[in-house]
Ligand binder design. Sequence first.
Ligand code: ADP
Ligand code: MG
Length: 612
Amino acid sequence: MSDTEKHAFQAEVQQLLDIVIHSLYTDKEIFIRELISNAADACEKLRFTRSAGAEVHEPDIEPKISIATDDTAKTIAITDTGIGMTRDELVENLGTIAHSGSKAFLKQLSEQKEKPDANLIGQFGVGFYSAFMVAKEVKVLTRSFKPDAPGHLWTSTGQGSYEIESAPDWNRGTRILVELKEDDKAFAQASHVESIIKRYSNFVSFPIELNGEKVNTISAIWARSKSDIKDEEYKEFYQFIGHDHEEPLGRLHFSADAPLAIQALLFVPSKNIENMELGRSDSEVNLYCRKILIEPKAKKLFPDWLRFLKGVVDSEDLPLNISRESMQDSSLMQKLNKIITTRFIKFLHELSKKDAEQFNKIYDEYQRFLKEGVISDFTHREALGKLLRYETSALAKGEKTSLSEYVQRMGGDQKEIYFIFAPSRETAESSPYYEPFQSKGQEVLFVYDPWDEMVMENLGRFEEKSICAAERAEIKIDSPEGEALTDEQVEELGKWLKENLGEQVDQVKASKRLVGSPAVVVDADKTMTANMRRLMKALNQDSGTTKYNLEINPRHEVIKRLHAMKSADEELAKSAAAQLFDNARMAAGVVDDPRELVNRLNSLLEKVLAAK
Ligand code: ADP
Ligand code: MG
């Protein structure tokens, strides 16, 4: 054509183009995301310009985006009925790398008005060039919205130069026609392109058609204000992104302006899939920037223990054109992570007060995750402690308390929060460790989940009270009843027991806490409890013989008789002592091989029966 003009790209362009093509993006497919983002921006600019009252060419044509693939010609074309470009704008916007017409548009607006309400995606001025990752040649056919502006065709292979000629018959808007390289011809296949559009651009605000059919059907409700959204819409959105037929157990929709601009819509799914032994769940929260997907299932967006969440986080402060690798380490991600995690914990806390029933449903399904958080996440440990719920001696079976409520009930002289680990409420209540609490009417938490020992250990304190396992508690019963062995007798019996029970017993002493039981054992290692021993055994981490301190109840008939028996019939007394020690270890749950115990019990029975 006679008016064709050849332009060289700006000096640094070739170099920058190489960077864009070879290293800025990790996936070639994102060129589709970038071109759709530009088309959406062009539509938004048109909408804005029209509503600002400017005269617009072809005002009746609504802004929309149409994509056409042709797998014989190996092309893909992205067409919009947006604002278009004049010849000068073509040169400026596409001939200059890192020049963003969108940023200039916003800047111009903000000079006129306080706060521009045009919602644009682009601002870096490099996205367009991503087309050259897959293109032999790119053609841009465009006509500005300005009533008397003629159309133009821009053509380039991305090497050194581009050409511009006039295109008088073109309508308002822009078509980017990408002629694909042989290796990249998959981008001319409709089904492949459809999945890419759905992945990255499903929530773009303007209609997107692929070969005549509408692709984006669900709208980005997270970007709307809460008061405008019906429950039904939330449900539909959850079911769409969560691939779930049921309703979610919880939903948090919030937005923040500072320190980061965030819009988030998070769901607690109806089922914890880890409970169903379907393996580890993988966070399904996608990260968006102005409704365009940046990172699906964003890895660093939440701490690991929140991996059950589904939903969307959108932050306009995120750079759109950044590769996933660099995204993951950015300090921006850490900030986002902290803000949303804190907000989510607050949501659960508020829910527990507003709607305890719903909170309990979530707790029942997801408590292991919260506990994992207490154990592994120092930053949020304290806040998570408030969410824990346990059965307690102060409430009926089945009812649960929070640690805060426990602390409120504590009497002035009680310094610590106590818990007993047991497989069930019944075993907890019949445990010798529970005796002093029961006799004094002091509250103890009953914890049944083997993880809780670690939870308590890591939490350490709550509202300035330290947390203590009942077996470790220094607690005395107030006025013990009945006649006791004298101190000398206890000492004598203790020495004899230690001699006869062998290396497993470290110290024997009179117990101040027992009522109905003759003896208890306590791990000689002060940092250990019976449950931790069990956990370590299960993990094959037990090292050598465990030593126990044996506490005997000097008022108990068994102890008094044992003291007498050791001079009358030492053989029988030895058997009885070994049995006493084993019984105490049984009550603590640390006997793994009961064979010896059963044999001994049988010979004791024989003697008892023979005596009568
Ligand atoms: P960014 O989108 O970050 O501004 P791009 O490299 O993607 O950078 O695009 C550069 C500029 O080209 C845009 O800012 C815009 O001014 C212009 N542009 C690109 N595509 C279109 C389009 N479809 N319609 C109108 N203008 C466009
Ligand atoms: Mg762009």
